[in-house]
Write a protein that binds this ligand. Structure first.
Ligand code: F6P
Length: 353
């Protein structure tokens, strides 16, 4: 087993509720084994600029499990993608005697983690993003809280829509992924849900609103993923024109990134944080923690990034041809499972709205 005396922890990319619970879990799991933890500020930028403090007691992470945002702060750091940035980061690791790093974030964070691993610093990623767009895991930290926040905000919109006999088209986050929109749409009783992964039939959506209006329905909620760039606002205008229902547009935006983390997110973050330390101490590197079918495990970072690209249809023919037969089968099976689940939920959304 590898020997560790000091490890680093950082959060990078967009913040997500539950990141603090993961920081706490990593710090305490390490400290309980006599390993000190450098709390690196603002992600890879802090590693380059040697901006960090030492957690030497479990009390250093007291009372953060319930806080949103990230106490380590975060940044998207371009400099880290270049050799000069990496060289500075490695120098910091040498000077501070950092034996390994745990990096919490999304795909950009994992690219940084795999680079660090390749340069001899064992690094493990923890998926922390509200978007749930890490294909190799069922859930990411922050997803549950963001969905609950969106659902609660949509409940507010529903109240006023019903009073005024209006429609509200709500754009929710998710970057290119429709996971937040799909689940939030169902949980909010939306009449229409539109996401990038499944073709959207606008005429059918309009016909549905007209039919339900004629049957006496007063208010309508339409949830659209931001991944359909610019479409939500356009759809609001079309609905008003074609159905005669006064239609408002709301972009929930960054409100979805804040707020107290839910129990699910705190639990997931605690499980993943502890697991990351265990795997690091077992000598693992260049992996992302994942949760599939209720079980915590891990996957190689390059595989995780490749299956993401496959899911988004971004894999080139050459990249596909370079995959081993086992990886190809595994990745295709995983993509089909994720898309299959989205189609199943989408069918339910349509059936019960
Ligand atoms: O990845 C999280 C996320 O909130 C996405 O849903 C959104 O598209 C993006 O980040 C917004 O990024 P920024 O905070 O840099 O505006």
């Amino acid at each position: 087993m590898a020997t560790f005396r000091k490890i680093g922890i950082l959060t990078s990319g967009g913040d997500a509720p539950g990141m603090n619970a993961a920081i706490r879990a990593v710090a305490r799991a390490a400290l309980s084994r006599g390993i000190e933890v450098y709390a690196i500020r603002e992600g890879y930028k802090g590693l380059i600029e040697d901006d960090m403090k030492l957690y030497s007691s479990p009390r250093d992470v007291s009372n953060i499990i319930n806080l949103s945002g990230t106490v380590l702060y975060t940044a998207r750091c371009d400099e880290f993608k270049y050799p000069e940035g990496m060289a500075k980061a490695l120098e910091t690791c040498r000077e501070r005697e950092i034996d390994g790093i745990i990096a919490i974030g999304g795909d950009g964070t994992f690219r940084g983690a795999t680079d660090l691993s390749a340069h001899g610093i064992p690094t493990i990623g923890i998926p922390g993003t509200i978007d749930n767009d890490v294909t190799s895991t069922d859930v990411t930290i922050g997803f549950d809280t963001a969905m609950n926040t969106a659902m609660n905000m949509i409940d507010h919109l529903r109240d006023t829509c019903e009073s005024h006999a209006r429609c509200n088209v709500v754009e929710v986050m998710g970057r290119w992924a429709g996971h937040i929109a799909l689940r939030t749409g169902i949980a909010s009783g939306a009449t229409i849900v539109a996401i990038p992964e499944i073709p959207f039939d606008e005429d059918a959506a309009i016909a549905k609103i007209i039919k339900q209006k004629n049957e006496g329905k007063r208010s309508f909620i339409v949830v659209v993923s931001e991944g359909l760039v610019g479409y939500a606002e356009k759809l609001a205008k079309t609905i008003q024109e074609k159905t005669g229902v006064e239609t408002k547009f709301a972009r929930l935006a960054h409100i979805q990134r804040g707020g107290k983390p839910t129990l699910q997110d705190r639990l997931l973050a605690s499980e993943m944080g502890a697991a990351a330390v265990h795997y690091l101490l077992e000598g693992m590197s260049d992996i992302v923690i994942r949760k599939v079918d209720g079980k915590i495990g891990y996957i190689n970072i390059k595989k995780a990034l490749t299956v993401d690209r496959m899911f988004k249809g971004k894999l080139t023919d050459e990249e596909r041809a370079a995959l081993s037969p086992e990886d190809k089968v595994w990745m295709e099976t995983r993509c089909n499972a994720v898309l299959g689940d989205m189609k199943r939920l989408y069918a339910i959304a349509n059936e019960i709205s």
